[in-house]
Design a binder for this molecule. Structure first.
Ligand code: UFG
Length: 336
């Protein structure tokens, strides 16, 4: 697994081990802390093999894939901040694309033919009808981060097209939130959080004074944006289901939305977090954030039909688990 020390990766390691898989993690720790590894090991009750390098290092990637037989790779690693990608487009294209090229080349050379890729709902772009369905084309993202996801989807499809021994699952995540119910692992953004849930959690725990709600005049029921928030535990379970289905799949490219199919507004999230934490979340409605869409949510029926997987956790569960993580780890993972 690449990016196994990250937010979604760490939760997925635990699910995979519980399902009987042997997991090896590669992580550059560019955007994650080594302390997560010990937390994962406590939860799985054993040691986790972790290799600290960046997949853009072709030699190290090659060497690892040559060192033992891998049945499959789940590829989480990548830069993921939308705003930063606008400021640093070359870094985003270079890192996200080159790491994928390096990984796929090494996989093919060493006979590993199953790849599960972390794509995003952002590939549907601003014009796709709601709810988003996997068969929508063309994929058009509106920022460099999203474009790396669109490009990588195309690259992987093209490789699967010419290589009979290579199959790929493209998993389009909606808005992952929440944390492991133990409260020991969770989302640990560096600096000021870009995303809603970590920001709200930091307001609740007293690290930030108040939340800026970006826009109160959208054409939605309460005027704030609506998103399809999905518990990271449900998302992790979706990866295990997708891996199993891909291994058995006669088709070489499979695409699944991983969402709940239910939109929730920013004000509804705030109310849910206040219930979960028992604390008020002061907020102020400010201007819209550039690039935000009024509403996005998944048609989650394909994953339900084909994977037998569906999200089970409510927005209250997501906030309760996010709060447990945040209140037990107000500053995130320790540095050492
Ligand atoms: N929001 C606020 N205040 C904040 C942060 C967010 O009001 O401080 C609002 C946003 O305007 C938006 C909603 O909360 O309406 C959710 O925002 P996030 O930043 O949490 O999530 P996005 O839907 O914007 O972004 C997510 C992923 C991206 C992905 C994008 C599109 O984080 O990786 O969906 O699929 F690109």
């Amino acid at each position: 697994m690449s990016g196994g020390a990250g937010y979604i990766g760490s939760h997925t390691v635990i699910r995979l081990v519980a399902a009987g898989h042997d997991v090896v993690v590669v992580d550059s720790f560019a955007n994650s802390k080594p302390a997560v590894v010990g937390r994962i090991e406590s939860l799985i009750g054993g040691e986790l093999e972790v290799h600290a390098f960046d997949l853009t290092d072709k030699d190290k990637t090659e060497h690892l894939l040559a060192s033992m037989p891998f049945d499959a790779v789940i590829h989480f690693a990548g830069l993921k901040a939308v705003g930063e990608s606008v400021e640093q487009p070359l870094e985003y294209y270079e890192n996200n694309l080159e790491s994928t090229f390096s990984l796929v080349r090494a996989m093919r050379r060493h006979g590993c033919g199953l790849l599960v890729f972390s794509s995003s709902a952002t590939v549907y772009g601003p014009d796709a009808p709601l709810p988003y369905r996997e068969d929508y084309e063309p994929l058009v993202a509106t920022n460099p981060y999203g474009r790396t996801k669109v490009m990588i989807e195309h690259v992987l499809r093209d490789v699967a097209h010419i290589d009979e021994s290579f199959k790929v699952a493209l998993l389009r995540y909606f808005n992952p939130v929440g944390a492991h119910p133990s409260g020991t692992i969770g989302e640990d953004p560096q600096g000021i959080p870009n995303n809603l849930l970590p920001f709200v959690a930091q307001v609740a725990v007293g690290r930030r004074e108040k939340l800026a709600v970006f826009g109160g005049d959208y054409p939605t029921a309460d005027g704030t944006c609506e998103r399809d928030y999905i518990h990271v535990e449900d998302l992790a379970a979706g990866h295990v289901a997708a891996l199993t289905a891909l291994a058995a799949s006669p088709e070489r490219v499979r695409t699944w939305n991983l969402g709940t199919g239910t939109p929730t507004s920013v004000l509804e999230v705030i109310a849910a977090f206040e219930r979960a934490s028992g604390r008020p979340i002061p907020y102020e409605i400010v201007g819209r954030r550039a690039g935000d869409l009024a509403q996005t949510w998944a048609d989650a029926s394909r994953a339900a039909d084909e994977l037998g997987w569906r999200a089970t956790k409510s927005i209250d569960d997501m906030c309760a688990d996010a709060w447990r993580w945040q209140s037990q780890n107000p500053l995130g993972y320790p540095d050492a």
